[in-house]
Each structure stands twice: as structure tokens, then as C-alpha cells.
Design a protein around this ligand. Structure first.
Ligand SMILES: [Zn+2]
Ligand SMILES: [Zn+2]
Length: 170
């Protein structure tokens, strides 16, 4: 969705729901689930405030299974007209984030993409207590608990076992 800044009404533009955003993301597996935005003009600036919710498939860093991750983001962004080359910009300190718009156009999809990407985890986990993959058999320990011995064999115990075997053979 692209908003013409000059067409934003005096009372602001309110966007509720995702109906106007059929494909906000490049990846069709990313789904926008909820949106509530208020777009207002402040002089030549545009203020965008609200919140969004999206569902993005992620691969668990422990068990390597794909799972849906829910991103929730609060938005409070001030868009200033992109300054001409070499022109100084005075940034207002009260705004949480400052971005620019150009040619009277504000790309809301780009804002949603950025907020969603920022909300993705560095180390995705399908659940906090994910047991991961067994280093011995490679099985997913969340699904099938295996009886693999993960401890490294103790060389002293191996020597004793060896001796015991020799004794019983005699
Ligand atoms: Zn996992
Ligand atoms: Zn195993």
C-alpha cells in the first residue's frame, strides 16, 4: 500500500485490519495477521503509529524443524520529506524512529517489512525447552526420545571392562 502524503486528511488516516494488504511481503510464506495504524500529518512530516502482527516461518536452531514465529511490533515512526542533496536535516529528538519519504509517496509495505525483519529472532527456537537433535543418531529428541549414550567412554572403565572380559574367558 502506497499513501500519497498530500491526500492524507486533516484528521489522519486510520488503517484497521489487513484487507488492504494482500501481499505486503515478498515471500508469500510470510503472513500479515493484524494491523492497526494511524497515519497523520505534522507539517511536512508524516507520523505513523500503531501495531502489527505477522507470522513468519522460521527454522529452529536446535532441532532444525520449521515452525511459525509470531512477530509483534509497535510502530512510532516519523517520516520527513527526503532532503535535497547536501541539505542539512534537523531530526526531532522526540520521535522514536525517523525515516524519509520522497515524491509525496509513503510506502507502508516497506514499513511493515522492516518492522517484521527487526522482530525476527537471531536464534530461533521452536519452543524454549526444545531438546534438539541427538548428536549420536540424529533423531529429533522432541519427537522420539532415544537411548543413545552421549557420554564419551572413560578410558579407565574401558580398561577394566577389557580385564574383566579376559578374566572370565580364562
Ligand atoms: Zn526445536
Ligand atoms: Zn540418539
Amino acid at each position: 500500500m502506497i499513501i500519497r502524503v498530500s491526500e492524507i486528511p486533516e484528521e489522519g488516516l486510520s488503517i484497521e485490519g489487513v484487507a488492504e494488504f494482500p501481499h505486503p511481503f515478498q515471500d508469500p510464506a510470510w503472513i500479515l495477521e493484524g494491523l492497526s495504524l494511524l497515519v497523520e500529518k505534522d507539517g511536512n512530516d508524516v507520523l505513523v503509529r500503531g501495531r502489527m502482527r505477522a507470522r513468519v516461518p522460521q527454522t529452529c536452531s536446535r532441532c532444525l524443524e520449521l515452525f511459525p514465529f509470531e512477530v509483534q511490533a509497535q510502530m512510532d515512526t516519523r517520516y520527513c520529506p527526503r532532503p535535497a542533496r547536501g541539505e542539512e536535516v534537523e531530526l526531532t529528538p522526540d520521535a522514536l524512529e525517523v525515516d524519509f519519504y520522497a515524491d509525496d509517496l509513503l510506502d507502508v509495505n516497506r514499513l511493515l517489512r522492516t518492522e517484521t525483519e527487526l522482530g525476527l529472532p537471531m536464534k530461533p527456537l521452536c519452543r524454549q525447552d526444545c531438546r534438539g537433535l541427538c548428536p549420536v543418531c540424529g533423531g529429533n529428541r522432541n519427537i522420539t526420545p532415544c537411548a543413545c549414550e552421549v557420554r564419551l567412554p572413560d578410558p579407565r572403565l574401558a580398561a577394566l571392562k577389557d580385564l574383566a572380559e579376559r578374566l572370565t574367558r580364562q
